[in-house]
Design a binder for this molecule. Structure first.
Ligand SMILES: [Zn+2]
Length: 316
């Protein structure tokens, strides 16, 4: 169902999938700067891959049946309000409690992050560089999704409240228009003693923001006629309907630093989880690892013109 939904409403999301392509790539990129030495050197050398493949998981959701449910969890199916205290932390326990079909039907993102961490830790142990890079990029994607409020509700595109299109507004349109105002540098990531708890905390925060995300859109919409709320922009050869700059600005004002804050939290948690997997794998020496998986067009992945300068700065 959700695959169909995403195609239907692509006109408002600009890019398919959570955070848009911009947000996911940015989260993976900046998370590299949070890493303590010596892991930073390894990720820096492979930054192009980690950034370029930040959206592979979204591309797979239309090809692999089991992929879609890894990107969200409908908190409202299980809990009426915060705190989240009835959903088991572990996937197996959740399946025992609700049945696996039910669990999958309502999304598994916090649990899938645990699976990805297990696989990444194993890849570090065997120094399988292809898997390390692939899993690191994918883990970044799911951590990013877990921080998006509209990935924490069954009303994921405002379809239940007559707010269709809000998904793309919050996670694509706002970061694409206002990212220059964001400060995404978070400081150094730390080892995570209880990654399961940290992941569920991130999810719970997302779930707690759902009402505000929706209420603010309603409030701002009262001041805009439909003709002012939307506009048309050319994207390649097609013309697409998007929220107008004026409306997006008003919504950005209303939500304040929420989008920036969720990106920052994603970045810091992702750096911490990468680092935790590496430490739990016994801190393998990665300096000699070489790879040929870097794509020919890797440079395209680094869309900020000063990215290389920033990387250089961290080296010193
Ligand atoms: Zn996703």
């Amino acid at each position: 169902m959700r695959a169909i939904f995403f195609f239907l409403f692509a006109f408002l999301t600009l890019e398919l999938g959570a955070w848009g392509f911009y947000g996911h790539k940015k989260i993976n990129e900046i998370a590299i700067y949070t890493l303590p030495k010596p892991l930073f050197a390894f990720y820096k050398n492979n930054a192009a891959y980690i950034i370029l493949h930040a959206v592979d998981a979204d591309k797979r959701r239309y090809l692999i049946e089991d992929e879609a449910c890894r990107h969200y969890l409908d908190g409202d199916f299980y809990e009426r309000a915060l705190p989240i205290d009835t959903i088991p932390f572990y996937y197996k326990e959740a399946c025992l409690k609700y049945g696996e079909d039910t669990v999958k039907a309502h999304g598994i993102v916090p649990w899938h992050i645990q699976t990805m961490m297990y696989r990444l830790t194993e890849a570090f142990k065997t120094k399988d560089i292809t898997q390390i890079l692939k899993l690191s990029a994918d883990l970044g994607h799911y951590v990013g999704d877990c921080h998006v409020p509209l990935h924490a509700t069954s009303n994921y595109n405002g379809q239940k409240t007559n707010q269709v299109g809000i998904h793309g507004l919050w996670e694509s349109r706002l970061p694409e228009l206002f990212n220059r105002e964001y400060d995404l540098f978070t400081g150094v990531a730390v080892y995570c003693d209880y990654p399961v708890k940290s992941t569920w905390k991130a999810y719970e925060e997302s779930y707690g923001l759902v009402d505000s995300v929706l209420a603010m859109e309603k409030k701002v919409s009262k001041h805009f006629k439909p003709s002012k709320k939307y506009t048309f922009e050319k994207k390649g050869n097609t013309t697409i309907k998007v929220y107008s700059k004026e409306f997006s600005e008003a919504y950005q004002q209303a939500v304040g630093t929420m989008v920036e804050d969720r990106m920052r939290s994603s970045i810091l948690l992702l750096g911490g989880l990468w680092y935790t997997c590496w430490v739990n794998a016994g801190q393998p020496d990665l300096t000699e690892l070489k790879t040929d998986v870097i794509p020919a067009n890797a440079e395209d992945a680094i869309d900020e013109e000063n990215s290389k300068e920033k990387l250089k700065g961290r080296e010193e």
